[in-house]
Design a protein around this ligand. Structure first.
Ligand code: F6P
Length: 328
């Protein structure tokens, strides 16, 4: 590889943690060290830039973490970094240490901070998409999504066991603040009767019509998967409405919550994280700036960070149709 455009970089994890962030960190640190680039970890996301919380990272500093959930650097949604004063202090700390570029592992909030910091102070930034929500444009999958999906699937399978034993209807909320990727795919994978996601216009009437259909075809228990960001109603409100309409139904609610954010990353997430961590460092070496490293059709691609934040991956409509057909 020809001369690197950067000689000293920092890496941080920010926003909601996601399984595979450690694998991405490991890839960044080891790729940088392999190419003789000084690499500093920043603790607690952007807070660490402001509080001068840097640690020099060599290859051994990331040993035995590829299989660990969470992030050894810890994470935060930094309020201080949202202020100009906070970012000014962060810049001064970076300047003092000679940091030329920062690898920012996180979601859209993380990338928004990175973009502003780059525009204000010229420190190079590169994003690595790490969020269970999969709501980042410029990559087919985000780091953590596959693991979260499998966690949700396992949990819903378990709920199905008890739902079947008691002839119950379960409304199950899965994570996804603004996006229904986890709901749609875990719902399809667990044979949900209905899947409610913010990307489609749902109605209580349609849901109730599905309950009636299920009754007619002899179903005695049902699972409805609801994305956290569903616009119609939250799970409790839906359960209440359903109870009013179907007083004989035995209805329960389960919110899977943060269990979806933890655990050892899946193989797919470890491989994705390794490729994107490597891609981020080599991208910086080749002069990339203010872009996000992503994987599209198994190829490393760089997308302007602004697009990664503003644009959205479309929900696959086929999956909705398939789930409806298979729920008869
Ligand atoms: O963005 C990831 C995510 O897990 C969302 O799905 C969820 O809405 C949010 O983070 C929860 O954030 P917190 O950990 O701050 O409660």
């Amino acid at each position: 590889m020809k001369d690197s455009a950067v000689k000293k970089i920092a890496v941080l994890t920010s926003g909601g943690d996601a399984p595979g962030m450690n694998a991405a960190l490991r890839a960044v640190v080891r790729t940088a060290n392999y190419y003789d680039i000084h690499c500093y970890g920043v603790r607690e996301g952007y807070n660490g830039l402001i509080h001068n919380d840097f640690l020099k990272m060599g290859p051994r500093s990331v040993k035995n973490i590829i299989n660990q959930g969470g992030t050894i650097l810890r994470s935060a949604r930094s309020k201080e970094f949202m202020t100009k004063e906070g970012r000014q202090t962060a810049y001064e700390n970076c300047k003092q240490l000679g940091i030329e570029a920062i690898v920012c592992i996180g979601g859209d909030g993380t990338f928004t901070g990175a973009k502003i910091f780059n525009e204000e102070f010229g420190i190079k930034v590169i994003g690595v998409p790490g969020t269970i929500d999969n709501d980042i444009f410029g990559t087919d999958n985000t780091i953590g999504y596959d693991t979260a999906l499998n966690t949700a699937m396992d949990a819903i399978d378990k709920i199905r066991d008890t739902a079947t034993s008691h002839n119950r209807v379960f409304f199950i909320e899965v994570m996804g603040r603004d996006a229904g990727f986890i709901a749609l795919n875990s719902g399809l994978a667990t044979g949900a009767l209905d899947i409610l996601i913010p990307e489609k216009k749902d109605s209580a009437d349609d849901l109730f019509a599905n309950f009636l259909k299920a009754e007619k075809t002899g179903k005695s228990s049902s699972i409805v998967v609801v994305a956290e960001g569903e616009k119609l109603n939250n799970v409790y409100e839906l359960a209440e409405k359903a109870k009013e309409k179907f007083p004989d139904y035995d209805i329960r609610v389960a919110i899977l919550g943060h269990i979806q954010r933890g655990g050892s990353p899946s193989c797919a997430d470890r491989v994705l994280a390794s490729r994107l961590g490597y891609g981020a460092v080599t991208g910086l070496m080749e002069g990339q700036n203010c872009v996000m490293a992503g994987m599209r059709s198994n190829e490393l691609v760089f997308t302007p960070i602004e697009e990664a934040i503003k644009k959205h991956n479309e929900i696959n409509q086929d999956l909705l149709l398939i789930s409806e057909i298979l729920a008869i």
